[in-house]
Design a protein around this ligand. Structure first.
Ligand SMILES: Cc1cc2nc3c(=O)[nH]c(=O)nc-3n(C[C@H](O)[C@H](O)[C@H](O)COP(=O)(O)OP(=O)(O)OC[C@H]3O[C@@H](n4cnc5c(N)ncnc54)[C@H](O)[C@@H]3O)c2cc1C
Length: 190
């Protein structure tokens, strides 16, 4: 694994600042179940990893006026145990299907939504557009690993989050913090 700066902010504003300082060369660390593999395999090389686990405002699952707020740090196990999500059967079924107890205890719902592509080329270090020596590997590539038919342009891949379709069906929105310390926006997950 390459060396990187490790940052552990205590507030969202600090986190946004630490992420903006090296724009495009930072990574958010939540449970680390996916990120650590990418770092160890040298698939991504961030200069700075920002661990958000000590930010209290991102914890928990709470009721809001018109719905339920799932904090960034809520694990799959937190979601499974929360009475507030008891009616969201499809989300709970997906968590149950994960099976690996380590992923349920450490992985977060938001980390699952934000996971980088599971594309075989990407995961083997050929980058998001699967390039080697300046040429695209996609069209002439090993089609056992293609996820989409009719792939004639740049690389395409499906989002691998199993939660996304279910949460889109529930009309979920995501809260995006930044780029200014107090900026926030709610976007439809779709
Ligand atoms: C063995 C194994 C089996 C799995 N099986 C399934 C499965 O069956 N179905 C399925 O859908 N998924 C599956 N997953 C994926 C799993 O659900 C995710 O790895 C996990 O939920 C990610 O959460 P995390 O907190 O560990 O994220 P991390 O590993 O910390 O981060 C994942 C990515 O999201 C980014 N990120 C994390 N949090 C934030 C945030 N708050 N804001 C912005 N970016 C963020 C990180 O920078 C990173 O790129 C599996 C993973 C493993 C390792």
């Amino acid at each position: 694994m390459r060396p990187f700066e490790y940052a552990s902010p205590r507030t969202e504003a600090e986190a946004v600042e630490m992420l903006s300082a090296h724009d495009g060369q930072t990574a958010v660390l939540s449970g680390g179940t996916d990120l650590m593999t990418l770092l160890k395999r040298d698939v991504i090389q961030p200069k700075r990893v920002v661990d958000i686990k000590n930010i209290d405002s991102l914890k928990g699952i709470t009721r809001t006026g018109d719905g339920v707020l799932v904090g960034s740090l809520a694990t799959l196990e937190d979601a499974l145990d929360s009475p507030l999500l008891a009616e969201h059967h499809s989300v709970l079924q997906i968590i149950d299907a994960h099976r690996a107890i380590q992923i349920q205890q450490n992985g977060t719902l938001i980390g699952d939504l934000c996971q980088l592509p599971q594309c075989w080329y990407f995961r083997n270090g050929y980058g998001l557009l699967a390039m080697q020596n300046g040429a695209s590997l996609i069209e002439g590539g090993d089609n056992r690993y293609h996820a989409i038919f009719g792939n004639s342009g740049p690389a395409k891949f499906v989002n691998s989050s199993r939660f996304a379709p279910s949460m889109i069906a529930f009309g979920a929105k995501v809260r995006v913090a930044g780029p200014g310390p107090q900026d926030e926006e709610y976007l439809p997950l779709e």
